[in-house]
Ligand binder design. Structure first.
Ligand SMILES: Nc1ncnc2c1ncn2[C@@H]1O[C@H](COP(=O)(O)OP(=O)(O)OP(=O)(O)O)[C@@H](O)[C@H]1O
Ligand SMILES: [Mg+2]
Length: 341
């Protein structure tokens, strides 16, 4: 990529003998908002720590804005880091919390005041400058932490699950706030989350990680609609995932032929529950469970293919537990997976 701003090259990160991240390659453009998404322990925080300079790579290279920063110390990288626990100084006002890092850098007087005031304003806290963290809501405190990092004008701002200790409503607000601040300032941002909805809502691109490596990189639309592996498919809600062998669906005890030829390169196929057609089709199943979820009803079927999850409009006639149903897995709707494992 020609306009790469931050590049990780074959980055391997270890704690002693434990390799946490292996041969990671990632290119990020200036001004991009990238989400790192993946299960607990997959290496998200470890990757962020290495970018911030808090963990020396075992091997590989990190370049930022044309310079090799692999061995540059954390305080010379101009990379901001906001953690889940944002650790504001409780005895300092919002203003002084935001001013703190700038003062350390030797910024003072009018210059300091205008930067701090602009930073506080950018996160919507202009009228809270004189308050202390204890007099703010969780979301407001999080915004102070964001402003405190932003005023340092970092080349890259790293946010490690910054929203995870906020309640659902505040999370939504902060999500919008983060996106706005990022678009207004154009700061390059890497954002770690467990939450796929959050990643889909916020990011320009999503990096899905698993076991210290990258499973897939793509836009939210690509990740959501075109997962490349069984793991990503399941992660974004394609709950019916099958391996393919010789163009047939591999179930636990047999190979099942589909009504149309499957894409040649596919190693697997995946269907969202709502893609399963209930009531007609070549397959037979028995309803093992059903649950009402507002505008849809979910079914779990026992079938010769294994358990199948289906979802239909709640307005459709319902099927009782134990009833036999035919169903179809329409090939046209399936996501073809280029890797099963
Ligand atoms: N200080 C450490 N010493 C040894 N192993 C560590 C250390 N920190 C992390 N690890 C291991 O490295 C791997 C990656 O951890 P990391 O913290 O990067 O995961 P994560 O993706 O951020 O997970 P989570 O979503 O739970 O925060 C895990 O297997 C973890 O146990
Ligand atoms: Mg983590």
């Amino acid at each position: 990529m020609s306009d790469t701003y931050l590049q990780l090259d074959k980055l391997t990160l270890a704690y002693g003998d434990t390799v946490a991240v292996k041969d990671l390659d990632l290119s990020i453009r200036k001004g991009e908002l990238v989400a790192l998404l993946g299960p607990s322990g997959c290496g998200k925080t470890t990757t962020m720590r290495s970018i911030a300079g808090l963990l020396n790579p075992a091997s590989g290279r990190i370049t930022l804005d044309g310079a090799d920063i692999t061995r540059v110390s954390a305080n010379k990288r101009n990379v901001g880091l906001v953690f889940q626990s944002y650790a504001l100084f409780p005895h300092l006002t919002v203003y002084e919390n935001v001013a703190f890092g700038l003062r350390l850098k030797g910024v003072s007087g009018q210059d300091l005041d205008s930067k701090v005031t602009a930073g506080i304003k950018s996160v919507g806290l202009a009228s809270f400058a004189a308050r202390k963290p204890g007099e703010l809501s969780g979301g407001q405190q999080q915004r102070v932490a964001l402003a405190r990092s932003m005023v340092m004008e970092p080349k890259v701002l790293l946010l490690d699950e910054p929203l995870s200790n906020l309640d659902a409503r505040l999370r939504l607000e902060m999500r919008a706030e983060l996106q706005r601040v990022q678009k207004e300032t154009g700061v390059t941002m890497i954002f770690v989350t467990h939450d796929q909805i959050e990643a889909l809502a916020l990011a320009d691109r999503i990096v899905v990680m698993l076991n210290g490596g990258i499973e897939q990189i793509g836009t939210p639309e690509e990740i959501y609609n075109k997962p490349v592996s069984a793991f990503v498919a399941d992660f974004v809600g394609f709950e019916n995932v099958f391996a393919l062998e010789n163009g047939k669906l591999a179930t636990s005890n047999s190979l099942v032929e589909l009504s149309a030829p499957v894409p040649q390169a596919a190693r697997g196929l995946a269907w969202r529950p709502r893609m399963v057609i209930l009531g007609s089709g070549p397959f037979q199943g028995t309803v093992r469970g059903t649950s009402f979820a507002g505008n849809v009803r979910e079914y779990l079927l026992d079938t010769p293919l294994g358990p199948i999850k289906a979802e239909v409009d709640a307005g459709e006639p319902s099927h009782a537990i134990g009833s036999a149903l035919s169903f179809d897995l329409p090939l046209a709707a399936a996501a073809p997976l280029s890797r099963y494992r």
